[in-house]
Design a protein around this ligand. Structure first.
Ligand SMILES: [Zn+2]
Length: 425
């Protein structure tokens, strides 16, 4: 007897070269069988996925977790259940000083969570500036702390832009590389307004290291005269990986389209945090719709949001293969042209909407959890404020029952009619 059967859905699993209608059985948190038809009498529970898209639980390798401990953090459980993301990587919110705290916060969840340790011991408590005091970039310390947390640390993060590095130029990047080398893990480098410039940063990255915010409009040298900077192509050829990291400032459709035309295939990540969750990033399905809008197929989009990011950080996730952890995301995909925007108010048209209808982590459906109200320091436009207000108004009303008819309620404990009354009287 299986615990669960997902029946009749379109299984799309690029890792397994699978795309077609099939049934999928789950037992003890793992995927145990896939076939054209499986008997629902052999399952304790069946999910009818007819007409729906069934993909591996999504893998977001750039987000900021640990809510309530700094400027950027948010709670992944408020997003996972309605967006299909079952594997989350915190991209450098904490360094050596905060790693235990992040791990404790993320431990009770069904989600798979790992961290990229920030090369700066203080992590990213504020908006920026974590590399201003090089005394915080103690590679020996970060190495000792990271090593003590084993696989919870899936890599190293360093934000390298003018405001984070202060007067220290490329030195924080060198220390990040040193730490990554010692841990035998990849380094994810964030870029923004330089210096340091892309031309200074990219030649230092190793095969397997990641450039996040790869389609940002902030570094003025990702493109040259509208074409991809040769150092970008050279890095791609050496095996440096490109990651989207949409965030609140890092998606420029013109940069993205130039990179795609040059053959770069980025992984899709949200850089979701306290600001970008209010849009225009919003969540993983929204960012995936933007990749459809620039011409990727659904298969390409799912690959770049599942197995590709999982492999880039060596995570055991991103596939529906038999034996895999039963992390499963089910979507209603509707063909519907609608506008999507980047962070510079440029629009494209997405040909489809991706609505998550169910998310399973290790075979268990994730339960609903409302988001917290945004913190007072989160900048929001009037439209975003209104949207947030309306969301909470709807939430309050929808969680209050509005039933009045007597027949709307069961009577689990019928009143005793006594005196030997029977149904027939
Ligand atoms: Zn980030």
């Amino acid at each position: 007897m299986w615990d669960l059967l997902v029946k009749g859905g379109r299984l799309l699993d690029p890792a397994d070269d699978r795309d077609g209608v099939a049934d999928l059985a789950v037992h003890r948190g793992r995927i145990v069988e896939i076939a054209d038809t499986l008997d629902e009498r052999s399952a304790a529970e069946t999910v009818d996925a007819t007409g729906l898209l069934v993909v591996p639980g999504l893998v977001d390798i750039h987000a900021h977790l640990s809510p309530g401990t700094g400027y950027w953090g948010l709670d992944p459980e408020t997003l996972a259940w309605r967006t299909g993301v079952t594997t989350w990587v915190d991209a450098g919110s904490v360094g050596a000083f905060g790693l235990s705290g992040l791990r404790a916060l993320t431990r009770p969840t069904e989600l798979t969570i790992t961290a990229l340790i920030n090369v700066s011991s203080i992590g990213i408590p504020g908006e920026t500036g974590e590399h201003h005091d090089l005394a915080n970039l103690d590679v020996d310390l970060a190495h000792r702390v990271a090593a003590a947390h084993g696989d919870f640390v899936s890599g190293v993060k360093a934000r390298i832009d003018r405001r984070t590095v202060g007067d220290h130029g490329i030195e924080p990047l060198r220390r990040g590389l040193d730490l990554a080398e010692r841990l035998g893990r990849p380094l994810m480098v964030h870029v923004g307004y330089g210096p340091p410039t892309i031309t200074e940063i990219l030649p230092l990255l190793r095969e397997g290291d990641l450039l996040t915010h790869c389609a940002s409009g902030s570094p003025d040298d990702l493109l040259r005269d509208g074409r991809v900077n040769p150092v970008v192509l050279e890095a791609a050829q050496r095996g440096v990986r490109f990651d989207l990291g949409h965030g609140s400032g890092a998606l420029d459709f013109e940069v993205l389209e130039a990179e795609l035309a040059a053959g770069i295939r980025p992984t899709i990540s949200t850089d979701l945090h306290a600001v970008s969750a209010h849009g225009p990033a919003f969540d993983m399905p929204t960012v995936m719709e933007k990749m459809l809008a620039v011409g990727w197929t659904l298969e390409e989009v799912v690959r770049a949001a599942t197995i590709a990011p999982a492999q880039s950080l060596g995570l055991a996730a991103g596939t529906l293969g038999v034996g895999a952890r039963a992390d499963i995301a089910i979507f209603d995909v509707t063909a519907e042209d609608h506008p999507v925007v980047d962070v510079h108010r440029q629009q494209r048209t997405s040909p489809a909407r991706l609505r998550n209808v169910l998310t399973l982590a290790a075979g268990a459906p994730l339960t609903e959890k409302a988001p917290a109200r945004s913190a007072p320091w989160v900048p929001r436009s009037p439209a975003q404020r209104t949207a947030e207000h309306e969301t909470f108004t709807e939430l309050r009303q929808s969680t209050t029952p509005r039933l009045h008819a007597a027949t709307d309620f069961p009577e689990p404990y019928p009143r005793a009619t006594g005196r030997g009354a029977t149904d027939k009287e």
